[in-house]
Design a protein around this ligand. Structure first.
Ligand code: TZP
Ligand code: MG
Length: 215
């Protein structure tokens, strides 16, 4: 878990290289951080492990500068080698106990969930946060059935650890997700696929702040 204050971690940006051809991933993420992204995940399904480690190390330098955590998707070993702040595991990845063992109690372990049963199991296992989604259909995870805001409502009512709504979330539909009880949002394409990641993050943060004040 470490010394992170989850109250201040509300906007989660995930890398997605195919959304910004020709633009350097580090530049895109730096703009997202300038716009207020509070946590970053390196998610790259095509890079080999050497390349992933290089990317993780350079992202770690950037996120350290901004004082936000860096999470590596899928690979606890890369997270450890890069001195990242944690790892994110999907349901199909398994290996939660091994990841916790390798990284220790001070690192963040996050888990994707698609149902309240999976959420409660991840919470019980000691996850630091969970993803709740995909709320809407998304080309970033094609073929995965959307869980709709119904699952966001269930998570808001039943989950104690921080959860991030994810999947097809944009500044245009964020209000609906926040109204369903989410206090945290996560996006790939809406942020890194934008011409102006900074402005999109600012728009998300304004909505998160407004929801926090009225919620
Ligand atoms: N897990 C559930 S939905 C999703 C992941 C990684 C993709 C979210 O991407 P986008 O582009 O924000 O819909
Ligand atoms: Mg995975």
């Amino acid at each position: 878990m470490g010394n992170w204050n989850w109250d201040n971690i509300r906007l989660y940006v995930i890398t997605g290289e195919n959304y910004h051809p020709g633009r350097a991933m580090l530049d895109v993420i730096e703009q997202a951080l300038q716009g207020g992204a509070d946590i970053v995940q390196l998610r790259d399904k095509t890079a080999d492990k050497d390349e992933l480690l290089r990317k993780a190390r350079s992202l770690k330098e950037l996120t350290r500068h901004f004082g936000v955590p860096l999470i590596v998707n899928d690979y606890p070993d890369i997270a450890k080698l890069a001195d990242a702040d944690g790892v994110h595991l999907g349901q199909e990845d398994g290996g939660f106990a091994e990841a916790r063992e390798l990284l220790g109690p001070d690192k963040i372990v996050g888990v994707s969930t698609h149902s309240i049963g999976q959420a409660l199991a991840a919470q019980e296992a000691g996850a630091d946060y969970i993803g709740v989604g995909p709320v809407y259909p998304t080309g970033t995870k094609p073929g995965r059935q959307a869980v709709t805001t119904a699952y966001v409502r269930e998570a808001a009512a039943g989950v104690r650890i921080p959860f991030f709504a994810i999947g097809g979330i944009t500044p245009a539909n964020a209000a609906e997700v926040l109204a369903a009880g989410a206090a945290r949002l996560c996006a790939v394409s809406a942020i890194v696929g934008s011409d102006n990641p900074r402005r999109v993050c600012e728009a998300f943060k304004a909505q998160l702040t407004a929801a926090g004040e009225h919620g």
